[in-house]
Design a binder for this molecule. Structure first.
Ligand code: HEC
Length: 118
């Protein structure tokens, strides 16, 4: 392969890789926008809202609890709220605010937080 062709291949790979990298950052950004106030700055369930809450938000850094959930369950919990997985209504449904792609990014980010895959 000559160097001109090689440059073109590298450039097009960068174009493919850039949006993928952004998708994963957006999970973190979305979390900071919508989830921190309850789940906490450290994702440990100690957000500023919890003083008046009767059920403590999930500690998303707890790999034991979080690995008990499949990606689908996390997706459903975020999209349709706590009630959809028999949890508290204090976990709001986000389906009206976030797209499915954004929710998938959040699920990936939760897996980074808990350092647990499923
Ligand atoms: C108004 C407070 C509040 C906000 C905001 C909030 N949550 Fe929650 N969340 C909760 C509470 C409370 C629970 C625990 C429900 C229970 O244990 O019954 C919970 C539970 C969850 C669970 C279920 C974990 C499990 O396996 O039990 C997931 C996943 C989750 N939240 C993700 C998110 C994400 C992602 C966001 C941001 C888009 C978010 N939450 C925003 C309050 C909140």
């Amino acid at each position: 392969m000559n160097s001109r062709k090689l440059k073109m291949v590298v450039a097009s790979l960068a174009l493919i890789a850039a949006p993928m990298a952004m998708a994963d950052e957006s999970g973190e950004d979305l979390y900071k926008t919508y989830c921190w106030q309850c789940h906490g700055m450290l994702a440990n369930g100690m957000g500023v809202n919890i003083v008046d809450m009767s059920v403590q938000p999930r500690d998303h850094s707890d790999s034991k609890e979080m690995s008990a959930r499949s990606d689908e369950e996390l997706f459903t919990a975020i999209k349709d709220g706590g009630r959809a997985i028999d949890k508290s209504v204090l976990m709001p449904p986000w389906g009206g605010v976030l797209s499915d792609d954004e929710i998938h990014s959040l699920v990936r980010y939760l897996r980074e937080l808990c350092k647990c895959g499923k």
